[in-house]
Design a protein around this ligand. Structure first.
Ligand code: ATP
Length: 298
């Protein structure tokens, strides 16, 4: 289990992370979200032992971060950290040896991964000759070759087509099943929604929302009603508690303040010709924008 307790980081006068705490259990996928400059990269660097915090502690399975612990952490970032003149094989062997693995074991695991990602033919190719998407896959393989206890994924899907996104997701689920703790960061909320049971939103280094996605959605009062049929949007807009009515393709999205407004909307249109009336949870995207916006207004 990864335990981040009360970490604070200043760059000079600039407070980048402000008393941040969270835990990621074994086999859990945790989403760390935040707007640009919120403090995610700084937090990752502290977890990986690349940067010292001013206060607070980070432990993995009860041990403070040092070299013996960082050998059990894998990191995939958007900026590719590959040595592009090396071949795929040389690269992965190099990283595996750095993490203390024997060459024979690395070769065996590499073959399995290349097979899984359907890129067996690239083993002897130089990294610089590979497409961006395939370089991303190699970076992933290099990060997980030591079967890490903790895997940090910072925008891992950037530049990947949908088929490759699917392959990488399957690989991540496989690691999760083996008990790896995974921290996932992305600005693409649909990935977070699909992937993370638990999440934390950072604004200016401070958490503004934290918990299980299911609970966050339930607690967030605002809902959307999707209606298809013959309605008058202005009539609905006039109902107290209706925040907006928007046409989306062949239906209307009625944004409401809380569940209490559902009945009022229903009464207003129940005598009309309606073929769909569905109350939906808001998307994580909407919640993110609302929460981050609120915090900036404070
Ligand atoms: P993004 O989503 O844009 O990658 P982030 O959430 O990863 O952003 P950080 O890179 O951790 O955010 O930055 C947090 C704050 O710390 C920002 O105000 C940033 O300007 C500042 N900062 C980051 N790195 C340094 C540095 N090396 N020296 C000084 N200030 C820094």
């Amino acid at each position: 289990m990864l335990k981040v307790e009360n970490i604070t980081k200043y760059y000079g006068e600039n407070l980048a992370v402000d008393h941040l705490s969270f835990t990621v259990k074994s086999g859990e996928i945790f989403g760390l979200l935040g707007s640009n400059g919120a403090g995610k990269t700084t937090t990752f660097r502290i977890i990986m032992g690349l940067l010292d915090s001013n206060s607070g502690t980070v432990t993995l399975d009860g041990k403070k971060i040092d070299y013996s612990v960082t050998d059990h952490i894998g990191f995939v970032t958007e900026e590719r950290s590959l040595l592009t003149k090396m071949t795929v094989e040389e690269q992965v062997i190099y990283y595996g040896r750095l993490k203390g693995l024997k060459e024979e074991e690395i070769r065996k695991r590499l073959d399995e991964w290349l097979e899984k990602f359907q890129i067996k033919d690239y083993k002897k190719r130089k990294i610089k000759e590979l497409s961006k998407g395939n370089q991303q896959k190699i970076q992933f393989i290099a990060a997980v070759i030591n079967e890490p206890k903790l895997l940090i994924l910072d925008e891992p899907f950037t530049g990947l087509d949908p088929i490759n996104v699917g392959q990488l997701k399957d690989a991540i689920y496989e690691l999760q099943k083996k008990g790896c703790s995974i921290i996932f960061s992305s600005h693409q909320m649909e990935h977070i929604e699909q992937f993370c049971e638990k999440l934390l939103i950072l604004v200016k280094g401070r958490p503004v929302l934290e918990g299980y996605l299911k609970d966050i959605k339930e607690e967030y009062q605002k809902k959307n009603i999707m209606i298809r049929g013959d309605i008058d949007p202005q009539e609905l807009q006039a109902i107290p508690g209706v925040l907006g009515v928007h046409k989306k393709a062949n239906e209307y999205e009625v944004k409401i303040e809380s569940n209490k407004v559902v009945e009022k909307v229903f009464k207003k249109i129940s005598h009309k010709n309606i073929t769909k009336f569905v109350v939906e949870e808001p998307s994580l995207n909407e919640i993110f924008i609302a929460k981050v916006g609120e915090s900036y207004d404070e």
